[in-house]
Design a protein around this ligand. Structure first.
Ligand code: 13P
Length: 259
C-alpha cells in the first residue's frame, strides 16, 4: 500500500527523549526494511531539535518535516523559521496551517497559502492542514468550512500535484479519542480531491491527502482502507515508540494485513 505517515511531535519530548525515539525508529525501519519510494515516514520534531533528530535518523530513509515556516524568505522576523533553513536541515516537508497554529497564533488561511508558496519555492512539500470545528459539525457547516478553508489555504502557484500534501484534521478529533465515521472521512476525501482538482486542473497526478485526529494502532488500519486516504498525520500516538511502530507495521508490512 502506498502511504505517507507523518509523526507530528508538536512541542513534546525532551531533546534526549526525541533523539532516543528517533534512533529507535531508525533501527526499526532499518531492520524491517519497510520504507520504500511509496511507503514514506516523516517525523516533525520541534525546530530546535531538528539537527539532533536528523543526526539520529541518518541512513534510515525517514524524512524530516518542519512544524511551521515563515512566509518570508529572511529578515527581521524574530522567532520565525524560514523554509530555506528547514531545507538546510534536511527537511522534505513542512506542516502548515495546523489548527493549533490557527488557534493559538491566529494564522489565517491566506497566510497558510503564502507559507505554502515559500515552502514550494524552497523545494519543501507543504502539508496543508484543514479541518472543521465541533461547532461547524453541529451546525452542519462541514462542507462549507472545508471548501472555504482549503481554497484559501492552497498555494496560488503550483506546477505539480505531487508537490503538495493536504491533511484533513477535524479539530474536534485532535487529541480527543473521537474520529469521524468511515463514511464521513470518505466524503471529505472526495471533496478535498475535487477542490484541488478544480483549483489546479491536475494534469500531473493526484494530490496526496492525509487523515489526522486521534489516530491509533486500533483505528489506523480501517482509516487507511478508506478510498482517498493517502496516509496519516499522527500526534499523540507518534511520541510513543510501540504505538508508532504498530501503525507503521499496519500501514506498510504486508498489503494482506490491511485486507
Ligand atoms: P492526535 O493524533 O494526538 O489527535 O493529534 C493529531 C494532530 O494534531 C496531528 O497533527
Amino acid at each position: 500500500m502506498k502511504a505517507l505517515l507523518v509523526a507530528n511531535w508538536k512541542m513534546n519530548l525532551s531533546l534526549a527523549k526525541a533523539t532516543i525515539l528517533a534512533g529507535a525508529l531508525r533501527d526499526f525501519v532499518n531492520s524491517s526494511r519497510m520504507l520504500t519510494k511509496d511507503k514514506k515516514l516523516a517525523v516533525a520534531p520541534s525546530a530546535v531539535m531538528m539537527g539532533d533528530v536528523r543526526q539520529a535518523l541518518i541512513g534510515s530513509g525517514i524524512r524530516l518535516a518542519g512544524q511551521n515556516c515563515s512566509a518570508n524568505e529572511a529578515g527581521a522576523y524574530t522567532g520565525e523559521v524560514s523554509a530555506e533553513s528547514l531545507l538546510e536541515y534536511g527537511c522534505d516537508y513542512v506542516i502548515l496551517g495546523h489548527s493549533e497554529r490557527r488557534k493559538y497564533h491566529m494564522e489565517t488561511s491566506e497566510e497558510v497559502s503564502k507559507k505554502s508558496e515559500a515552502a514550494l519555492k524552497n523545494k519543501l512539500t507543504p502539508i496543508i492542514c484543514i479541518g472543521e470545528s465541533a461547532e461547524d459539525r453541529k451546525n452542519g457547516f462541514v462542507i462549507e468550512r472545508i471548501t472555504k478553508e482549503l481554497n484559501l489555504s492552497l498555494p496560488n502557484v503550483l506546477y505539480d500535484a505531487t508537490s503538495i500534501v493536504i491533511a484533513y484534521e477535524p479539530i474536534w478529533a485532535i487529541g480527543s479519542g473521537r474520529v469521524p465515521s468511515i463514511e464521513e472521512i470518505r466524503e471529505i476525501m472526495e471533496l478535498i480531491a475535487h477542490i484541488a482538482r478544480r483549483k489546479f486542473s491536475f494534469r500531473l497526478g493526484e494530490v496526496t491527502i492525509l487523515y489526522g485526529g486521534s489516530v491509533t494502532p486500533e483505528n489506523s488500519r480501517d482509516i487507511l482502507k478508506i478510498p482517498g486516504v493517502g496516509g496519516l498525520l499522527i500526534g499523540g500516538a507518534s511520541i510513543i515508540y510501540e504505538q508508532l511502530v504498530q501503525i507503521i507495521e499496519l500501514a506498510f508490512k504486508e498489503d494482506a494485513a490491511l485486507t
